[in-house]
Write a protein that binds this ligand. Sequence first.
Ligand SMILES: *[C@@H]1O[C@H](CO)[C@@H](O)[C@H](O)[C@H]1NC(C)=O
Ligand SMILES: *[C@@H]1O[C@H](CO)[C@@H](O)[C@H](O)[C@H]1NC(C)=O
Ligand SMILES: *[C@@H]1O[C@H](CO)[C@@H](O)[C@H](O)[C@H]1NC(C)=O
Ligand SMILES: *[C@@H]1O[C@H](CO)[C@@H](O)[C@H](O)[C@H]1NC(C)=O
Ligand SMILES: *[C@@H]1O[C@H](CO)[C@@H](O)[C@H](O)[C@H]1NC(C)=O
Length: 498
Amino acid sequence: MATAFFVLLMPFLLVSASTHLQSTEVGFISTIISEKGLDFAKDILIEKAISSLTPLDLPQIEKTVKIPIIGKVYVSLSNITIYEIDVPSSYVKPGDTGITIVGSGATANLSMNWFYSYRAWHVTVSDKGHASVQVEGMEVGLTLGLENQLGTLKLSLMECDCQVKDIYITLNGGASWLYQGLADAFEGQIKSSVENAIIKKIKEGILKLDSLLKSLPQELPVNEIVALNVTFVNEPMFSNSSIGFEIDGLFTGADNAVSSGNYLMNSQHLASCEGPVKMLGISLDEAVFNSASNIYHNAQFMQWFVDKVPDQSLLNTASWKYIVPQLYQLYPNDDMNLNVSLSSPPVIKISPDNIDSTICSDMIINVLDDKEIVPVACISLVITASGSVDISGNNLVGSVELVDFTMSLKWSKVGDFHMNLIQSAMRTFLKTVFLPYANLHLRRGFPLPIIRGFTLQNADIFCASSQILVCSDVVFGNSNEPRLLPYDPIHSLLGFDV
Ligand SMILES: *[C@@H]1O[C@H](CO)[C@@H](O)[C@H](O)[C@H]1NC(C)=O
Ligand SMILES: *[C@@H]1O[C@H](CO)[C@@H](O)[C@H](O)[C@H]1NC(C)=O
Ligand SMILES: *[C@@H]1O[C@H](CO)[C@@H](O)[C@H](O)[C@H]1NC(C)=O
Ligand SMILES: *[C@@H]1O[C@H](CO)[C@@H](O)[C@H](O)[C@H]1NC(C)=O
Ligand SMILES: *[C@@H]1O[C@H](CO)[C@@H](O)[C@H](O)[C@H]1NC(C)=O
């Protein structure tokens, strides 16, 4: 049987932002699964359920029946197996307390062995053979409860029912009276045996799905520096056509040694997906990005040593002979390198038409004098960059472009710099070295918390006030277990992308 009966219901295992006032905790990432998404999840659920239900062995049935003329006959039905189930129509409906899924007009095909024996004139007469049974007009309905239990989702089966309307038995061989005998005496029992078996399987399946949900991590490792806190906060929100979930959504230090700090929810109103209906909408508050920025900065990962640039001659004092004469006089023809560090975590601001960030950094200029590294000056830079985001696989990726920058000399051991003379060299450096370096990391992005096996498709991204909204469909690959994306060493990087 498939390891995961019902693999899924919450394909995207996330959370909706609550616009509700009663919410006490703050979820910085929220997800709403639309009617289309619920339908998609329901179809997968039913497909998985069917494949785990078949073949299904039912208990043997036996009894002694009275057949006209012949008298008492012992009949047993054994090796009863449901080998095919078809659910032609189904729907899912979120309600106030849970989610109802109904499959109707379902059919099932069974095979079985029959055996009978009776005594006539002191002789035992017996026979055996096969029969096939068609079950039609089966209705299966279940209501699932979903609640937040200490940060994980608890799934419970609140109601479950299965009703078989008609069965048709086809005998291979056997005496002509047998058909009527079976139909009269066994129809009810076969029906209830099918009903009970299916209900029992659904109960088992829901328990399994619940334990899968419970086993989902509350923290999603991203790399060796940060992890995303995917703890569920608040209760799932049910509307008449969607389910919403909220997760904490802030980045934390991978080793919990670095705190991400305290954040307030910036987005006051939850933006919703407009345009063509997508399966899910994920909204990420500005704080999500700023928490990553903080962790990387606090973990001292926003430092960077530069000893190679496209125009390598710039990293030799000879190039600066006329611009910073003292530098050349003190260290003639020495190589130089740069030690760039961000003096504070970049602050990311999201507005409907722009994502921008202010990056404050210090650039220490070192000279290599007889293999000794000598810091000679420090330039403070305030860089304004504008960003854009995109989806790559299940990752939210980004890139930044230079808007403007200002600089000042923080300290110098080689006299004053003519800042206006190094302006254009600095601009070139920022454009050809600094931002490409940042973009290399930003391009890897960070994984949106989506259950393994599901991949975003046709994602649209919108910026709203203080939030980014991803509206997307998903496709389901061949995966037995829903798991959050695992730690991927390739994604480890330095930089505030995660
Ligand atoms: C039980 O049924 C299956 C098919 O449903 C068949 O392959 C198997 O041989 C049967 N076993 C016996 C003992 O008849
Ligand atoms: C299963 O039963 C349906 C009718 O209920 C029939 O149309 C279908 O052919 C059967 N499938 C198999 C594989 O016997
Ligand atoms: C869902 O509820 C809204 C109001 O909350 C209502 O306008 C809409 O018609 C309802 N949709 C369905 C399918 O019941
Ligand atoms: C993750 O989020 C939950 C809910 O907001 C919070 O209680 C928990 O302390 C957070 N975990 C870490 C490691 O910050
Ligand atoms: C870079 O500068 C920082 C101080 O801003 C210092 O702590 C660090 O050691 C320097 N790194 C190198 C490689 O010089």
